[in-house]
Ligand binder design. Structure first.
Ligand code: DX5
Ligand code: ZN
Length: 228
């Protein structure tokens, strides 16, 4: 697997989401990352299923939906129906995570689990064989434009090792404070799905920023796996 780039529309102009998505797709975006926040699990409110449904109509690439909400179980159907190809849920809010992961899969959607910066990798020990991907938060969730937490790099290595021990080739995704200067390091640590919001949409040219981020990410791959 190469590295997938998933621009986060959280930092885009919400009045012109179609244009924003078109630009990053021209720049080589592989996924569109959609941040759903409820004002309870995180101190911010963003978008819900109707907006995901509208985005689905214009996006050519799959939607990677990141649920930062207190009660994700209640909304899985709605987001699957709206067109999410990937749904990730935070381990911090789910006492029955195994049930939730399998409920997502039963909807025909890829199931991801997310770790906050303070959540230990060990929280995944019993679920590592079941997940389709693991999202490592490299900032505290809730806002775009925050600074990358350096310890996240070793956390990515630990998650990769845990998945490998479980015999699971599931990808590790990273989210928060990623730009073209630090992306190669996290890819070298094992990241294969890169989320970036402000680095893409706060740049004057999101299409070019996506292209540059992808090139920088590929530079972090081990030489043997770089696509020709
Ligand atoms: C933060 C969100 C991120 C956010 C990343 O809670 O989960 O996806 O959009 O933004 P940047 O790349 O600006 O840190
Ligand atoms: Zn996110």
């Amino acid at each position: 697997m190469s590295v997938l780039i998933a621009p986060s529309i959280l930092s885009a102009d919400f009045a012109a989401l179609g244009d924003a998505i078109g630009a990053v797709e021209r720049g080589g975006a592989d996924l569109i990352h959609v941040d759903v926040m409820d004002g309870h699990f995180v101190p911010n409110i963003t978008i819900g299923p109707p907006v995901v449904k509208s985005i689905r109509r214009v996006a050519k690439v799959p939607l990677d939906v990141h649920l930062m909400i207190a009660d994700p179980d209640h909304y899985l159907d709605a987001f699957a129906e709206a067109g999410a190809a990937m749904l990730s849920v935070h381990v911090e809010v789910l006492p029955h995570l195994h049930r939730t992961v399998h409920a997502i899969k039963a909807l025909g959607v890829k199931a991801g689990v997310v770790l906050n910066p303070s959540t230990p990798v060990g929280a995944l020990e019993e679920i590592a064989g079941d997940v389709d991907y693991v999202l490592v938060m490299s900032v505290n969730p809730g806002f775009g434009g925050q600074t990358f937490i350096p310890r996240s790099e070793s956390k990515v290595r630990a998650v990769r090792a845990l998945l490998d021990r479980a015999g699971n080739s599931a990808a590790v995704e990273i989210d928060g404070g990623i730009d073209k200067h630090n992306v190669a390091r996290v890819v070298a640590a094992g990241v294969r799905v890169v989320v970036a919001g402000s680095a893409v949409f706060h740049s004057p040219d999101p299409e070019r920023a996506t292209r540059e981020l992808k090139a920088a990410a590929l530079a972090g791959l081990p030489a043997a796996s770089v696509p020709r």
